[in-house]
Every structure is written in structure tokens, then in C-alpha cells.
Design a protein around this ligand. Structure first.
Ligand code: GRF
Length: 205
């Protein structure tokens, strides 16, 4: 399968996918990363792609007069690489209707909380503030909501007393350790085995 990965930051989830392809080989893993896209420049995520020899593109909201124009530009930039699967790995923008019309059903995201709890841009902080004893991460299909699409996989992370003292930094790092494995496994299974989405249920043979 041809993957396009979208990033906005450090790209450690992207790095886990790059490493999986490099270590197992695209055939055995079932996927190759054909491009990496971002919504901003000079982020480590783009450097990781460049180091791996993967083509990159940047689609900045401010370069477009309207959000709809940005949505169209992002859709075309991704479509140019003919992806079978698009992966949002820390991509911090909500895509628009054109993108979803084109890639809905084959666009997945990873979120650092156990959805449907704590959607949105502050899942780790919100879970901590709520006083949860466990949290975790979720890989899911993207639909027209925010972090609301059908769930593919989840991983659990315990919350400790010390996690309330550093604003969630250590907790997010522990979540990311689980998240990288969850994402690599989910992408490989989707790419190799195909899948079916029935309502809210995702069936991977
Ligand atoms: C991940 O935890 C992702 O779930 C969240 O932002 C983080 C991105 O980390 N949306 P990285 O850029 O993959 O290191």
C-alpha cells in the first residue's frame, strides 16, 4: 500500500512508521511511505522524512485566502502521490469536506487519549485534569467530526501521582511509546489485510 503521512511537529510517530518500513521491507510490512506532508515549515517531522529520502510537501493555511482553498490544495497535494492510505500522525489541522470526500474511509489518525473520552487538541491534559486513573491512545478513521471516527485500535497507559506535577509531559511520552507501536501495527494490518468499516465497527480480517 502507498502511504502519505501528515505531520505538524516532532514526527516520532512518523519515525516509527519509517523505521518499520526500513526494518521489515515495504513488501513484508505491506506499505511504503511515498510522501510526507505538513501544515508548517521547519519541523522535525519534515527533517525525518528528508533523512529517509521521502518526498515532502507543505500546505500552509496562511498561503490560502480561505480554509476551503487550503482544503482543496491539501487534497490535491496528497492526491498527487496516489495514496492507498493517508495517516495523520500528529497533524494538528481539521481537514475539510473536500479532503474527506476524496480520502474518507482510508484516512486514519492517532490520538493520545481513549476516545471517545478527551477528543481535541489537549487530550493528555484534559484526561489528567479529569483525574483519570488510566488513559491511553486511539487509532481511528477520520470522519467529519473531531476525533469521532470508527476506532481501529486502542492502548492503555496508567496515570501515576507524579503525572500531576509536570503538566502531563511524562504521561504524554509514555502514551507516545504505546502509540507508536499501536500505529505501526494498525497501519500494517490495514495495509496487508484490507478492512471493512460497518457503521462504527472496523473489521480487519
Ligand atoms: C501524538 O501523541 C499524537 O497523538 C498527537 O500529537 C503527538 C504527535 O507526536 N496528536 P509526534 O509528532 O508524532 O512526535
Amino acid at each position: 500500500a502507498r502511504l502519505v503521512v501528515l505531520v505538524s511537529g516532532s514526527g516520532t510517530n512518523l519515525q516509527a512508521l519509517l523505521d518499520a518500513v526500513a526494518e521489515r521491507g515495504a513488501d513484508a510490512y505491506g506499505a511504503e511511505i511515498v510522501a510526507v506532508g505538513a501544515d508548517r515549515d521547519s519541523i522535525t517531522g519534515l527533517e525525518r522524512a528528508e533523512r529517509a529520502g521521502v518526498p515532502t510537501f507543505v500546505c500552509r493555511l496562511r498561503d490560502h485566502s480561505t480554509r476551503a482553498e487550503w482544503d482543496r490544495a491539501l487534497t490535491e497535494a496528497v492526491a498527487a502521490h496516489r495514496p492507498d492510505l493517508v495517516v495523520s500522525a500528529g497533524f494538528m489541522k481539521i481537514v475539510g469536506p473536500e479532503f474527506l470526500a476524496r480520502f474518507g474511509g482510508r484516512f486514519i489518525n492517532t490520538h493520545p487519549a481513549l476516545l471517545p473520552s478527551f477528543p481535541g487538541a489537549h487530550g493528555v491534559r484534559d484526561a489528567l485534569a479529569h483525574g483519570v486513573k488510566v488513559t491511553g491512545c486511539t487509532v481511528h478513521f477520520v470522519d467529519d467530526g473531531v476525533d469521532t471516527g470508527p476506532i481501529i485500535a486502542q492502548g492503555v497507559v496508567e496515570v501515576g501521582e507524579a503525572d500531576h506535577e509536570d503538566g502531563g509531559a511524562a504521561l504524554h511520552e509514555r502514551i507516545k511509546q504505546v502509540e507508536r507501536r499501536l500505529l505501526v501495527d494498525a497501519v500494517g494490518r490495514l495495509a496487508r489485510g484490507g478492512y471493512r468499516i460497518e457503521g462504527r465497527r472496523v473489521h480487519i480480517p
